[in-house]
Write a protein that binds this ligand. Structure first.
Ligand SMILES: NC(=O)c1ccc[n+]([C@@H]2O[C@H](COP(=O)([O-])OP(=O)(O)OC[C@H]3O[C@@H](n4cnc5c(N)ncnc54)[C@H](OP(=O)(O)O)[C@@H]3O)[C@@H](O)[C@H]2O)c1
Length: 253
């Protein structure tokens, strides 16, 4: 799974999403994160196909909004909109109260059928993960949760990494709101980087996969320039200290 991807939440179906995915693929991104709830899967699929890249070179995630309907039917709808035979990762979007072992078994079956190369969850805290894992034949490959210096979910991060679950950071820029924080700005200025690059680098150095969203070409490009510098331990600790969750494992976002 690539370490960097483009998130497409709140992008409108049509030109906005197609253009952003096209720019991201041009800039070297090889992961796109969508969801049935975002209502832009059609545009994601169209842009990936138009890029001319082999399907296996682009990692596409979509998500199931769990309902009482069958997960198989939901994924078939997503695949039809994407125009794909399979997705690389299929996530349960939210641990809604009625989400049960039945939903996970359905995802396991979808993986066995080859319709999802990997299966995982999103917004699951440690308790829900443990419950799910107790009855699972296959472990979740990924937990996608809100993660940034302001939501440093250290205990959940450690729990996932210890069990080989990929920890995927959504809203890694704190939805754009963290970019003007004086501490982030000071570190960025000292390193000659953008605040967004510093926030993404922080998450990557904590071994998270990051999926920043931008609809702008300049930002999509700049957000990918995060593999040619490193944050020193002292800067990591400065950013860790911005946490407002006190390391909580509780699901948020
Ligand atoms: N599983 C879940 O429940 C869940 C929930 C939320 C998000 N997600 C996923 O995670 C992705 C990212 O999270 P997010 O969209 O909430 O927030 P985000 O990536 O933390 O922040 C996106 C915001 O930051 C701005 N931005 C991006 N790059 C910038 C830069 N270099 N300089 C200044 N501003 C910049 C964007 O504006 P512009 O577009 O105008 O550049 C946008 O307003 C989503 O798109 C989605 O795929 C998943």
């Amino acid at each position: 799974m690539p370490v960097l991807g483009l998130g497409v939440w709140k992008m409108a179906e049509g030109r906005e999403t197609e253009q952003a995915v096209e720019w991201a693929l041009e800039a070297g991104y090889r992961l796109v994160d969508t969801a049935s709830m975002y209502r832009n899967e059609h545009s994601v699929g169209a842009a990936v196909r138009r890029s001319g890249l082999p399907r296996e070179d682009v990692f596409v995630t979509t998500k199931l909004m769990p309902t009482h309907a069958s997960a198989a039917r939901e994924l078939e709808h997503s695949l039809r909109r994407l125009g794909f035979d399979y997705v690389d990762l299929y996530l349960i979007h939210w641990p809604l109260p009625f989400v049960s072992a039945r939903h996970w078994r359905e995802l396991e079956t979808l993986q066995e059928r080859g319709l999802a190369r990997a299966i995982g969850v999103s917004n699951f805290g440690r308790g829900r993960l443990e419950t799910l894992m107790r009855g699972a034949a296959r472990m979740p490959a990924v937990d996608q949760v809100q993660f940034s210096p302001f939501q440093y979910r250290r205990r959940l991060l450690d729990f996932c990494l210890e069990r080989g679950i990929v920890f995927e950071a959504y809203s890694p820029l704190a939805r754009g709101k963290g970019l003007e924080h004086p501490t982030i700005v000071a570190v960025a200025e000292r390193l000659g980087r953008t605040p967004a690059q510093v926030m993404l680098r922080w998450a990557i150095q904590h071994q998270a996969v990051v999926i920043p969203k931008s609809s702008r070409q300049d930002r999509i490009r700049a957000n990918a320039q995060v593999f040619d510098f490193e944050l020193a331990d002292a800067d990591m600790r400065i950013l860790d200290a911005l946490d407002r969750t006190n390391g909580s494992a509780r699901a948020r976002g």
